[in-house]
Ligand binder design. Structure first.
Ligand code: GDG
Length: 471
């Protein structure tokens, strides 16, 4: 079987004997172990511009940083200027907000887009030296929209696929990015583009048809820029049984500490990177509304929000952090009693082995992003539940996960009163209804597992003939 070459912004460390942290990394690593191959990405290190002028970074083999059986990891450093333009600038200052429909938070600088292209080309130069002609290349996410274009420019005719972990926005939203045409032209150099939901795939096809005058053939094939691009929907999943086992294997001390703090109060849990797309501000407001309108729950619930800081050198992230700190204090100030804190806001990450038991102990999983490609936390919460006495998932209809988990209590995160009512309903839900909803969600999640996501994408990529993209 030909080798698999995975490319993403960052590579996950190989941890021998331990499960790889995080669902995505575990899925990708398993695929690599199965077929053998390599994973390439940024090391996470920046070097001063003066030492390595970006345009003279040597092409050729980057050093291998780790090997495990048939899998080799390679990384490359970025210069400070690359990091500012590509990562902090165009990827996270322009693309991320627009992909999540937050056009008001997006900034745009031509120079940053040039930096984004420069880093994609830099990745491609290294890859060109690593890749054999029949390798299949699987790129991940919004950082690498221009990678295939650079690889083709370097003469590579390999099969190349991109899986987009974020939403793909409607054409009217994407066209707010001044270089949308360049981006989509670059995307068309992939042979396969995968999305989390049919809505995302549809938005891409609509752009190709209406903005570009391209064609859509049956079976998700698009014709544009003289190429044939296959598209597909591959909802990312979780390892259901492994997560349940992790949830049950919690450290007794942490659980005892949790119980001691919680007493017999019902726990509402939310976990996510501190990101404006996750809807934390609206969620805090909805919880405040719930407390104000449901006095009967006072002292009987506690909402724990875990939000490790993320991308904290991007201005929009500093703003949301400041705002949430103020709001958490204000809400507690308004409702807390000497023996009750209604909201615990923890601005740091937790190891997985502590997180899973926390999910299992929570009566309600509150997952209300304004937009989300999939949202793995929603699936992890469901997987962690005790099937005999499961908690209830309250889920935003704007998470990709809502397409599959329609047995959750689906809410519009902009509707504070509706989210407050859903919390009340979730907390009071009879056992039988909780079990029915949980069983239905588990059924879908077992079918659309992490393994299936990976196997389907990989199989579709291998299925393409080499250089089949040339129409
Ligand atoms: C992108 C897309 C898509 C979070 N806090 C902690 C922690 N986490 C883990 C969660 C989960 C992962 O991080 C987050 O995944 P999500 O899917 O929820 O969100 P993004 O980070 O935005 O991921 C998203 C995903 O890619 C995959 O395609 O679903 O839509 O935006 O696994 O558990 N893990 C630990 N401590 C924390 O504090 N250990």
């Amino acid at each position: 079987m030909s080798r698999l070459v995975v490319v993403s912004n960052r590579v996950a460390p190989i941890t021998e004997g331990e499960p790889t942290a995080g669902g995505l990394a575990a899925g990708v690593m398993d695929a690599l172990r199965h077929s053998g191959g390599l994973w390439f990405g940024w090391s996470g290190q920046t070097v001063p511009d003066t030492l390595v002028p970006p345009d003279t970074l040597a092409p050729g083999l980057p050093p291998a940083v780790a090997r495990s059986g048939p899998v080799t990891l390679y990384t490359t450093d970025l210069t400070q200027r690359d990091y500012d333009d590509y990562y902090r600038g165009f990827a996270n200052g322009t693309l991320w907000p627009v992909l999540h429909y937050q056009t008001g938070l997006a900034r745009f600088e031509h120079g940053e887009f040039e930096g984004y292209r420069r880093v994609n080309a830099h990745f491609a130069r290294h890859l060109a030296a690593l890749v054999a002609p029949d390798d299949v290349i699987w790129a991940h996410d919004y950082h690498l929209l221009c990678l295939a274009e650079s690889l083709r420019a370097a003469g590579l005719r390999n099969r190349m696929g991109l899986f987009l972990h974020t939403p793909f926005p409607a054409p009217a939203v994407l066209t707010t990015v001044p270089v949308h045409a360049e981006l989509v032209r670059a995307l068309c150099q992939y042979d396969l583009v995968g999305f989390q939901t049919e809505g995302d795939r549809r938005a891409f096809a609509d752009y190709i048809r209406h903005e570009l005058g391209g064609e859509e053939l049956p079976g998700g094939v698009l014709l544009a820029h003289g190429r044939r691009i296959r598209t597909g929907v591959y909802p990312i999943g979780v390892q259901v049984e492994a997560l349940r086992a992790e949830a049950q294997a919690g450290e007794p001390e942490s659980l005892a500490a949790l119980r001691a703090g919680l007493g017999d109060r019902a726990l509402i849990i939310s976990v996510e990177r501190l990101d404006y797309s996750k809807g934390l501000r609206q969620r805090f407001a909805a919880y405040e509304r719930f407390l104000a309108s449901h006095a009967a729950w006072h002292r009987r619930v506690e909402y724990v929000q875990i939000a490790p800081p993320s991308r904290s050198d991007v201005e929009a992230y500093q703003a949301i952090r400041r705002e949430l700190e103020g709001e958490a204090g204000r809400i507690n100030g308004r409702f807390a009693e000497l023996d009750w804190m209604p909201l615990r806001y923890l601005n740091r990450g937790f190891p997985r082995r502590r997180l899973m038991p926390l999910y299992a102990a929570a009566r309600v999983g509150l997952v209300t992003p304004l937009r989300d490609g999939m949202n793995l936390v929603a699936k992890e919460y469901v997987a962690a539940q005790d099937p005999q006495d499961p908690g209830v998932l309250v889920l935003s209809r704007f998470a990709g996960a809502a397409r599959e988990l329609d047995a959750a209590l689906l809410v519009n995160p902009h509707d504070e009163a509706a989210v407050a009512a859903a919390l009340d309903r979730a907390l009071a839900m009879p056992l039988e209804e909780r079990q029915e909803r949980h069983t239905a969600m588990l059924r879908v999640m077992r079918r659309n597992s992490l393994e299936r996501w990976r196997d389907r994408f990989e199989a579709d990529l291998r299925d393409l003939e080499s250089a089949a993209g040339a129409a």
